[in-house]
Design a protein around this ligand. Structure first.
Ligand SMILES: [Zn+2]
Length: 409
């Protein structure tokens, strides 16, 4: 019986060898298939991070891609052309994020594949880099986009046309002198949509008061005939804080005035307050208010992702410092005007880390017209004469500020 066992053993051995051989053959065949069609580049990941003012897109490729890019407008788009590419991307990754409204990809004629990134507004391309991966195979394409004014986008388009017209010429570095431009004010009625803001004892809702007041203030400012005035929202609409900042930058605003009427934890406090941005808060109440204001995005169920791409550029830092000193100058002027008209609280110029005031190049202030936590303020906020007085004071402060900037420029 011993020999029978040995035959069985031998048969099993043979079978295993045959299976192994078949597997090897099959694997060789499989390996041969991609080798035969290895002409197409493969994109296998698309990731985006950032917010409405700045985003970074990173795409992974199996080999080094050679991207060529250009801008299009209506809507503002970045078009990236690549050699014939197979896109193996997760569609869930392509959803709108921050500055990017959508991303699409596909084949165009002549063995070219194309990625089209549509933005929410004008942007500038800070970089389009191709880098070899350090700890994995393949290459990554990194694209940084930053929101800019419509004028800056148009200038980039014009430069691009120059380059296209004559590929030898480099883009003009000197800019056309800006046509003497009117002073641009963007009014930002606080809250809106799902985010109602504060509520007074008599039922006044902050988002409604801020919108009504902003519309009246726009009328008063426009009546002077001196400014271009626009608003971040014109209806009961939810707007992210970084979108409010983006809108101000897109319109090349010379001033952003965010309008609020919150509640405050100090008993009996009433009157107007003007806030500017600062890493350190002037007082605990200002800090608490900024924290509450910065939660506005979460009220509407949006996850906040702070931009992790902090700009270290010294030039940007200088601009930011200059912007900040202009914000403070306007805040002081405004406090002066409001003191004589509707009245202000103690230490009426306060500061804290308000996200809506963080545009690096737009002087920005947040005005608390009054506090809905105070019955008298709540009543005044409903009073047309009082609102008119407040609007006229703000208009006076704008006139002084705009005048001083025109003199300096
Ligand atoms: Zn508010």
């Amino acid at each position: 019986m011993g020999s029978a066992v040995s035959v069985e053993k031998h048969k099993g051995y043979l079978l295993r060898n045959l299976v192994f051989l078949a597997l090897v053959l099959f694997a060789t065949l499989l390996a041969g298939v991609p080798a035969a069609r290895a002409t197409s580049l493969e994109a296998h990941a698309y990731k985006i991070a950032g917010d409405a003012s700045r985003v970074r897109i990173v795409m992974q490729f199996d080999r080094e891609p050679e991207p060529r890019w250009f801008l299009l407008r209506g809507p503002h788009r970045l078009v990236v052309d690549l050699p014939e590419t197979t896109f193996r991307l997760d569609h869930a990754d392509l959803k709108p994020h921050g500055l990017v409204a959508n991303a699409r990809f596909g084949a165009v004629k002549g063995g070219v594949s194309r990625l089209v990134i549509s933005a929410k507004g004008p942007f500038s391309v800070e970089k389009v880099d191709v880098l070899p991966n350090e700890d994995a195979k393949g290459y990554r394409l990194a694209i940084d986009l930053v929101s800019v004014s419509a004028a800056a986008f148009d200038q980039a388009l014009a430069d691009q046309a120059l380059v296209t017209a004559s590929s030898q010429s480099t883009p003009k570095t000197e800019r056309l002198p800006e046509a003497s431009k009117r002073f641009v004010i963007v009014l930002d009625p606080g809250h809106g949509g799902a985010d109602g803001g504060a509520e007074g004892a008599a039922g006044t809702v902050e988002k409604a008061v801020t919108l009504a007041f902003a519309k009246e203030l726009r009328e008063v400012l426009e009546a002077t005939g001196k400014y271009d005035v626009s608003m971040t929202r014109e209806s009961d609409q939810f707007l992210r804080l970084d979108d409010r900042v983006r809108i101000a930058r897109e319109r090349s605003a010379d001033l952003l005035v965010s309008i609020h009427a919150d509640t405050i934890n100090l008993k009996g406090i009433r009157g107007a307050t003007v806030y500017t941005v600062s890493d350190k808060a002037s007082d605990p109440e200002a800090e608490a208010l900024a924290i509450r204001e910065n939660l506005a995005d979460q009220v509407a169920g949006i996850d906040i992702q702070e931009a992790d791409t902090e700009v270290a550029d010294i030039l940007v830092d200088l601009i930011r410092r200059e912007t900040h000193s202009f914000s403070i100058r306007f805040a002081r002027t405004l406090v002066g005007e409001l003191t004589h008209s509707i009245g202000v609280i103690n230490n009426p110029h306060r500061f804290a880390g308000f996200r809506v005031l963080k545009a690096p190049d737009v002087p920005s202030v947040l005005v608390e017209l009054g506090y809905l936590s105070n019955a008298k303020d709540e009543k005044l906020l409903q009073d047309a004469d009082w609102r008119r007085k407040a609007a006229e004071s703000i208009s006076k402060a704008v006139a002084i500020f705009a005048g001083s900037r025109a003199g300096a420029g």
